[in-house]
Write a protein that binds this ligand. Sequence first.
Ligand code: GLU
Length: 472
Amino acid sequence: MIRTRFAPSPTGFLHIGGARTALFSWAYARRHGGRFILRVEDTDLARSTPEAVQAILDGMHWLGLDYDEGPFYQTQRMDRYRAVIAEMLATGSAYHCYMAPEELERLRDTQRARGEKPRYNGFWRPEPGKTLPTPPIGVQPVVRFRNPDKGTVAWDDLVKGRIEIANSELDDLVIARADGTPTYNFCVVVDDRDMGITHVIRGDDHVNNTPRQINILRALAAPVPLYAHLSMILGDDGQKLSKRHGAVSVMQYEEDGYLPEAVLNYLARLGWSHGDDEVFSMQQFCEWFDLDHITPSAAQFNSEKLNWLNAHYLRRTDPDRLASLVRQRLEARGVTLGNAPSLEGIVGLYRERVVSLNGLADAAELFYVEPHPRAELLAKHLTPEVLPPLSDFLARLPDVAWEAKAIAALIKESAARYGLKMAKLAMPIRVLLTGQEQTPSVDALVVSFTRQTVLARLAARCSAELPAAEQP
Ligand code: GLU
């Protein structure tokens, strides 16, 4: 049974890189009918916040990355970590170290001065035939893991290939601080063991922790999981992805009007490939996903591609769902959707023209709030020559059939009566109805409004500009 986990530290938001790690771990479990576990690594009390935990849960929920077990919180497992530490002290795989922090600092300074790598010198480490000094009174010891001092620790990373480290490079890791609290690497080990994790899929910033974790797992006679370390995500400019590159928080994408399926599809291709396939559902992804096709090199974030995918999914989303997503956005902006045209219709009209739900909401908003065309747009398009045909159009509007074809014919006719091209009359109609020059085709636009609204919006201006239509 494959068991994977996502183990974020709740110190900010759910980062796009974290979301990709979660997605790969989730997909691997789904692909193999395994279990996906969520574990919140919140032992860093100074940096972990409840808001950050919530941000992770929200992000996972929005993306639809459902977990089978958890969330487990490390802060709720302290007794368990203490019990394992006691076990290790009893079996001799860990020991008390009374070296004061200042003393350790002095030791390191001396080593550095000699051009050596600073490391603990094993002063308090029990050895056969070694007599340890009497522990100083009143000093709370830390607990150190007794790292093997010979040989190497190696694993076949499922992304990076074989990695091997000499044990002489690793010193005896502190697994419990003087106040008794367990340290980060140790908690990860106990959890991976207790949770029966078979595949650790995580960011490659943890590669350095892996040999230490493997050594502790071995000391506990626990099975060693397989490791897959994912390379970093870089921004468009090749630098480590950060806020400078725009949104890096998953929920910021939600706010910016991206569909979760677009973000997921985008993340799936970030460092993993299935031939040339670019667009696929999560169901398809879970059938395809494997660890063999993850690239060991860093993946580069490409906002344009994400926008392209989002536009793609906007066009394919069920209109009712799209309308409901846009409705939520409009309501959040305080726009009242009165008895104006149907949002489904408007969404259908605009979804080919925008790349985000916000773009769709911007377009839809025009239908529900009074437009305030800018003065220069009015001056540009409401010229003296278009006022007479516009009034003519307005005068005949009450009787026209409310369908795009008839509207197009009427615009053409009214324009022709004054020797104008249809396009010339279409512009002021667009501007008066929406306050904008860029809209879908004018006939489709007009019929998306109610007849009453069109009459009102055009009349408000026409009568102000020209009391009555001059007859040709
Ligand atoms: N908590 C670690 C992080 O957020 C992940 C640890 C792991 O996956 O082993 O980077």
